[in-house]
Design a protein around this ligand. Structure first.
Ligand SMILES: *Cc1c(COP(=O)(O)O)cnc(C)c1O
Length: 437
């Protein structure tokens, strides 16, 4: 296999970006965090990993966190529930403060539990309550399939025909992303027929960061509830779920949160719903008063806040890696991560535009150019290029996500990517665009 093209090869556009990358990396206050994660290898060197939007990298500390729980299990058996270093009976609570900080919430508003789609269902059971004239559920067209499946099955659960009661809002013809005024207009138009708005925080395919606060306000103005699937938003963009008055939200732990494959997910439920035994929900013993749980009483005694939506005890081994990652988020700080993210995605965008132009306008970026309307991910169409380009990237150690016919999704993740990764990628990309011509 050929070695990585060196920055010295005479490609016309990409090398200039190496000088800038070197300056930006030298000034990066978060540079040391790369060493706290395991970077996948390609032919004896670090791969160019841009798929942290799909599966975040393993924190070096994850092994120690997991081994700690294995040790407590060996030493204590069942007693680990009460005598471990992080007693398992309250294990979810060790993630609470950090998750709350990441999503702009109060601790009572968040809990780590289950997996994402499961949580989406649990929340829709409580917050999508069609009644009388108010029956409709609004999602976006092209939503992540699991979310759409969840929405459709929730409608059927209520005996409603999705054809009639599901709204899928789409971008204007010829556009890739939703306009805020169009979302607001559609919500207003549906008015008192709308029961719930359930959109993504950041769109997984286009990378668009939704105007969450304005959407929430519009939904509440017509008396609907409003929630977000934050799978691609949490740990990526700064959000203020409490202040924005969002009713509910959920996310997974394995994308930007780096909790590992199948990691425990999380939910947010606004404080104003913290004491709502009247809200129907699917109940389990972990949503029952913690102090009375082991009295094994037959009647359910609801815990206040998001914890009241828990059904089962926490998957400890799986959550241990999440705790290791959350420690890194605490140390890095979402403010600094966001600053670096904006700069690095801007750097990638300029590089793509420059390389794309040199290749005859081959690259079209679907993601909004306004930093306030995106996180770190850029979604790019490589016009006139197919799988050969993707194979070229893969052979040269670039890990990006490819969707047929020719959409590349790439996320320079501020926690562990360097500006130099982006510059190296641009060289490989430019070479691929020229070869595949
Ligand atoms: C990643 C992702 C999922 C995955 O769902 P799981 O329940 O974690 O398997 C669902 N929805 C969205 C929007 C996603 O980005």
């Amino acid at each position: 296999m050929p070695p990585m093209p060196s920055p010295m090869t005479n490609w016309t556009q990409a090398p200039a970006f190496h000088d800038e990358a070197a300056r930006l990396d030298a000034a990066d206050p978060l540079a040391s965090f790369r060493a706290r994660f395991h970077m996948p290898q390609h032919e004896g060197r670090d791969a160019l990993y841009f798929t942290g939007n799909s599966l975040g990298l393993q924190p070096v500390a994850a092994a120690e966190f997991i081994e700690g729980e294995l040790e407590d299990w060996r030493k204590f058996g069942v007693e680990g529930h009460f005598h471990g270093r992080r007693p398992w009976v309250d294990y979810h609570s060790f993630a609470t403060e950090d998750l709350a900080a990441l999503v702009g919430a109060k601790p009572i508003e968040v809990v780590a539990m289950n997996a994402l789609t499961v949580n989406l269902h649990l929340l829709l059971v409580s917050f999508y309550r069609p009644e009388g004239r108010r029956t409709k559920l609004l999602i976006e067209q092209g939503a992540f399939p699991s979310d759409r499946y969840a929405a459709l099955s929730q409608l059927r659960l209520h005996g409603l025909d999705p054809e009639e009661h599901l709204i899928e809002i789409a971008p204007r013809k010829g556009e890739h992303t939703l306009r805020t005024e169009d979302i607001e207009a559609r919500i207003a138009e549906e008015g008192d027929r709308l029961a719930c708005v359930m959109l993504c925080g950041v769109q997984y395919y286009t990378g668009q960061w939704m105007p969450m606060e304005r959407i929430t306000r519009a939904a509440h103005a017509v008396g609907a509830t409003c929630g977000f699937d934050m799978a691609h938003a949490v740990g990526n963009v700064p959000v203020q779920l409490h202040d924005w008055n969002v009713d509910f939200a959920c996310w997974c732990g394995y994308k930007y949160l780096n909790g590992g494959p199948g990691c425990t997910a999380g939910v947010f439920v606004h404080e104003r719903h913290a004491q709502r035994p009247d809200l129907p929900r699917l109940e389990g013993w972990w949503g029952h008063s913690a102090s009375r749980r082991f009295l094994m009483e037959p009647d359910f005694d609801l815990m206040p806040g998001a914890e009241g939506w828990q059904t089962s005890n926490a998957p400890v081994l799986n959550m241990a890696a999440l705790l290791a990652s959350l420690k890194e988020f605490r140390a890095a700080g979402m403010d600094r991560l966001r600053d670096k993210s904006v700069a690095m995605t801007d750097f990638l965008e300029r590089g793509l535009l420059s390389v794309g132009e040199a290749a005859g306008g081959a690259l079209e970026i679907l993601t909004p150019s306004n930093p306030e309307a995106r996180g770190c991910q850029l979604s790019v169409v490589a016009h006139g290029h197919g799988k050969a380009l993707f194979d070229h990237l893969t052979q040269h150690g670039v890990i990006v996500d490819w969707r047929e016919p020719s959409v590349i999704r790439m996320a320079p993740v501020p926690m562990y990517n360097r500006f130099a990764d982006v510059a190296d990628f641009l060289v490989v990309l430019e070479q691929g665009l020229r070869q595949a011509k």
